[in-house]
Design a binder for this molecule. Structure first.
Ligand code: PLP
Length: 487
């Protein structure tokens, strides 16, 4: 259902047009209505935009206006130009990539964060920004059964990063400096440092190595076993051969929920090897870490108590809008030794006292937004029970879909891990690719693909805030008609 009245048509209440805040009270309320209408009506829209390259830009002027445009004309452009040019990521029939689910409480938190406009780089630049962030990250340690050493009142601690990619980069910088005893930090990476991850690990591992000077050639992608977990015997022999060649094994990145299939590495066994060779172990649990909020899925974190750093994204599967990655370290000194820098203009008494956290020392940029607000709003206004129920429901829906695929003679189910399932057409890669294209072009649902063992597979990830049985039914019928229309 699309809204009956657009913002451009809503009459403005009486206000003093010369008072900016007075005028903004009206447009601010309009914005809330606009977002609510968009989210309520999203099901009636195509999931994937059908705009061609350059089409959106061609509808907009080439130069910025010299004098103010009216808000009515902005709303009109939002409705007529911007929204049709979007992938509607919040659609209940979006089953692609991974969810990026948001929610009304999270949007409120984001809105207030923009309104407050604070920079939380130092404790002293907004004590509440730092202390709320530490608090909600400690709440999550408890809610998700993470190791107590990750608590900010212990030697470790948590910080909100913009993304899992940034978390991996920060962890790799700390690992680099620990392995090189600080030399890489001051002199650059002259030593042959090596990073290990499975062949299915996220590309952000390679990117981090490119950025931090280790180099993508020094990332070893380990073969995977039949469960698509990092093969430990391959890891062991690769470590031995690198050591024998005088290289320095620096970091292993284990994945809890690989992007393609949701495979979960054997973190405990990897931790044994890391401990034996004094290697930093980082765990990337971008989407599937969120499952640990349910006690029945807490097994996903098996072995995480042995890692040096860990991250997961509430901005994927915990109703917090992008960006919000929770990054934890077992011992914060490695992170802060690598990332702190203290120019005179930022010096202050609280920092000098050593009693406060300055989160600029836990991340790449200096400035930082008040991201904790949206996480806090979600946790307070939904409560943990609601989040658990959502995760359980998504996994149950994924299983229903898996069962339907198992029974469909045209499809082969490759597997299901929690909320993610992978499948293909019985007739092979071309048929699978054509099936995906037909469904996505029709616009009623959206799925993505991956290449696994050189085979083209489809992925369906169930994780939207509003997805229900009805939307699963839409997916089933779209799949069936795409199969039938191929003849
Ligand atoms: N790690 C894994 C396993 C992922 O699936 C993804 C996203 O797909 C990422 C990392 C990157 O996440 P972000 O966008 O937060 O950097």
């Amino acid at each position: 259902m699309i809204a009956a009245m657009t913002n451009a048509e809503r009459p403005a209440p009486e206000h003093d047009p010369t008072n900016e805040m007075d005028a903004w009270r009206h447009t601010g309320r309009q914005a809330v209505d606009w977002i609510a209408d968009y989210l309520e009506g999203i099901e009636a829209r195509r999931v994937q935009s059908d705009r061609s390259p350059g089409e959106v830009r061609a509808m907009l002027p080439n130069f910025a206006p010299e004098t103010p445009d009216s808000i009515e004309s902005v709303w009109r452009d939002m409705d007529e130009i911007i929204v049709p040019g979007l992938m509607n990521w919040q659609s209940p029939t979006f089953f692609g990539y991974f969810p990026a689910n948001n929610s009304p409480p999270s949007i409120l938190g984001e809105f207030l964060s923009a309104g407050l406009g604070v920079q939380g780089m130092l404790w002293s630049t907004s004590p509440a920004c730092t202390e709320l962030e530490s608090l909600v990250l400690d709440w999550l340690v408890e809610l998700m059964g993470l190791p107590a050493t990750f608590r900010t009142d212990q030697v470790g601690g948590g910080v909100i990063q913009d993304s899992a990619s940034s978390a991996t980069l920060c962890a790799m910088i700390a690992a680099r400096d620990r392995a090189s005893q600080g030399q890489a930090r001051t002199e650059g990476t002259r030593q042959p440092l090596v990073v290990y991850a499975s062949s299915d690990a996220h590309s952000s591992v390679d990117k981090a190595a490119m950025i931090c000077g280790i180099g993508s050639q020094n990332v070893r992608h380990m073969a995977v076993n039949s469960l698509r977990q990092m093969d430990l015997s391959v890891l062991q022999s690769q470590l031995e051969s690198d050591l024998a060649a005088g290289r320095i094994p620096t970091m292993v990145v284990a994945t809890i929920g690989t992007t393609a299939t949701g495979a979960i590495d054997d973190v405990r066994a990897i931790a044994d090897l890391c401990q034996q060779h004094d290697i930093w172990l980082h765990v990337d649990a971008a989407m599937m870490g969120a499952a640990a909020i349910c006690p029945e899925f807490r097994w996903v974190h098996e072995g995480v108590d042995r890692c040096d750093s860990y991250c997961f994204n509430p901005h994927k599967w915990l109703l917090v809008n992008f960006d919000c990655d929770c990054f934890y370290v077992r011992d914060r000194k490695w992170l802060t030794r690598s990332l702190s820098i203290n120019p005179e203009y930022l010096r202050n008494e609280a920092t000098d006292s050593g009693q406060v956290i300055d989160y600029r020392d836990w991340q790449i940029p200096l400035g930082r937004r008040f991201r904790a607000l949206k996480l806090w709003f979600v946790l307070r206004l939904y409560g943990a029970k609601h989040l658990r129920e959502m995760v359980t429901d998504h996994c149950a829906m994924a299983e229903q879909l898996a069962e339907w695929i198992r029974c469909n003679p045209s499809l082969v189910l490759d597997g299901r891990q929690l909320n993610l399932l992978t499948f293909r057409h019985v007739d092979g890669d071309d048929a699978s690719a054509a099936l995906l294209q037909r469904m996505n072009d029709a616009g009623r649902v959206f799925l993505t693909h991956a290449k696994v063992a050189d085979r083209f597979i489809l992925r369906a990830c169930v994780g939207q805030r509003t997805t229900s049985g009805r939307h699963l039914e839409t997916l089933r019928s779209e799949l069936q008609s795409a199969i039938e229309s191929a003849g």
